[in-house]
Design a protein around this ligand. Sequence first.
Ligand code: KIV
Length: 269
Amino acid sequence: MTERKPMSLQRLLDMHASGDKIAMLTCYDAAFASLLDEAGVDVMLVGDSLGNVLQGQTSTVPVSLDEMVYHTRCVARGRKSAWIIGDLPFDSYQASPQEAWKSAAALFKAGAHMVKLEGGGWTAPVVRYLTERGIPVCAHLGLTPQTVTMLGGYKVQGREDAAAALMKRQAQELVEAGAQMLVLEMVPSALAAELTQTLGIPVIGIGAGVGCSGQVLVLHDMLDVTPGRRPRFVKNFMQGGAGSVQEAVRRYVGEVKAQTFPQDELHGY
Ligand code: KIV
């Protein structure tokens, strides 16, 4: 296989502008980082979902910054060209922009190229603080797992007119504050498509329809190794004849690029 050029923020912005779909997966260790990279994944998210899928926790809340730093370091060692996003865990950025800076810098030093944080409104000044000082930020709106208790459970967000208007306003504020990517989780497809067309930054969907700039899934979900019920937006890529994990990941990348995954009628809201 020919060597891929290292992914850059500019290239991700160009992919969004030209409509080339971005394939993102979560990743937590060096072995999978190497496999995902060779299978053509553009972006690896060291997600705090590792609390659920690696640690067996019932939520992402217990995950610590030290754990995120450790896993980011592991992924960075296995990576050749994919862009790495490190998730800021619960209680590492809420208290102040200064606290967020310390946490983001720790992930950055561990090898992340960008950090992700959840929520809108109060997060805009935090995003501004980090981006003005040189750390790229991916925002995350819709279903935000760290605050699922406040949201009343794992539910679609932005269905009602007022909620959709609030999400649009918060997304715009985050872009104005300097966010250069946005993850939308469990958001109606039409709203996600509208945000993708209007915001000017890559919008990565998870349960947000095919109209986004790209897609992300939790690795263990798409490989069907997560115990229990899967959310509607997950597709099992080991099904249908993938003879290996590598092949399943290649299929995921291929389907995201060809826009055959997700299918709104099967995986959307
Ligand atoms: O932690 C994670 O894996 C995430 C994705 C679900 C987007 O935030």
